[in-house]
Write a protein that binds this ligand. Structure first.
Ligand SMILES: [Fe+2]
Length: 293
């Protein structure tokens, strides 16, 4: 059996650790220390690293992890646009995405032997141009990075607004029960915004109470589900598109909420597009693991 555990990092990041009790893979390790601590605490051996996009809070921990475990790093291509918009950090030659040993893109499947996982790669441009997500179809797990959060979506940095809308439409086509493991604890903030748009919405109030209870015990609100996200978005579109806009523009929460609201209120109407059948690319995690420096 494979377990998924969150490793909290920074202010509100989650690094997701998937393990079978012996071997582990981690998603978006923005920092190495907490990951090393979590692995050591459970006696786990790291076998793979998965990266969704180039932002440093998702990959800055990679070089540190590679110093101890020489494992494959699966991630998107660091393109020229990314290099211009996200210059080397903290010094030239240390861009964490340069650590990617296995560049993957839409339709690829990452197959790990230990822990046993088969992860489909979906391209979801918008937050960044090269953002990808990893989907474990059989188990219904989606590692959505900064594209899809609990009750909201990510800021649009590198892609266009239309890119983000198309990407969200695509994710909305996944089965309702798909569990969404995103990279930030933003659920309550997003729900509070939803309540500002729809002050009388009992379902939102109820969910705020439920999620607040979890946070009160120090638990994550995640995973969310595609059903929850889609229902929320559909309500915004059909009943309150104008209200969303008005609230977003009057909101003190700034551009993040404004952009999220723009995307959410545009046309996330449910099943708009289905995921295309993946190609048969099979990538062995044991192959050509490399150091990034
Ligand atoms: Fe990001």
């Amino acid at each position: 059996m494979i377990r998924i555990e969150p490793i909290p990092a920074f202010k509100d990041n989650y690094i997701w650790m998937l393990h079978d009790g012996t071997h582990a893979a981690v998603v978006d390790p923005g920092i190495a220390g907490p990951v090393v601590e979590a692995l050591d605490k459970r006696g786990l051996e790291l076998t793979a690293i998965l990266l969704t996009h180039l932002h440093y809070d998702h990959n800055r921990g990679v070089p540190g992890l590679l110093e101890r475990w020489q494992v494959p790093v699966f991630g998107p291509l660091l393109n020229d646009h990314d290099r211009v918009t996200h210059p080397p950090f903290p010094e030239p030659g240390t861009v964490p995405l340069d650590c990617v040993s296995h560049v993957v893109g839409d339709g690829d499947i990452v197959t790990l032997d230990a822990p046993g996982l088969e992860l489909s790669v979906l391209a979801v441009p918008g937050h960044t141009r090269g953002h990808i997500v990893f989907l474990e179809r059989r188990r219904g797990w989606l590692f959505s990075g900064d594209t899809l959060f609990g009750a909201g979506c990510g800021k649009v940095f590198g892609g266009s607004m239309q890119d983000m809308i198309d990407s969200l439409d695509r994710l909305a086509g996944l089965p309702d029960e798909t569990e969404v493991y995103c990279a930030h604890e933003y659920t309550l903030a997003n729900l509070q915004f939803a309540l500002a748009v729809e002050p009388g919405n009992a379902a939102v109030k109820e969910r705020i109470e439920k999620e607040s209870l979890k946070r009160g015990f120090g638990l994550p609100t995640l995973p969310s589900t595609i059903h929850l996200v889609r229902t929320r978005s559909r309500m915004k579109l059909k009943r309150n598109a104008r209200s969303v806009w008005r609230t977003a523009h009057n909101s003190s929460s700034g551009i993040c909420m404004t952009r999220s609201a723009m995307a959410a209120s545009s046309r996330i109407t449910g099943i708009v597009s289905r995921i295309s059948p993946p190609c048969s690319t099979r990538i062995s995690p044991r192959r050509s693991a490399s150091r990034c420096r």
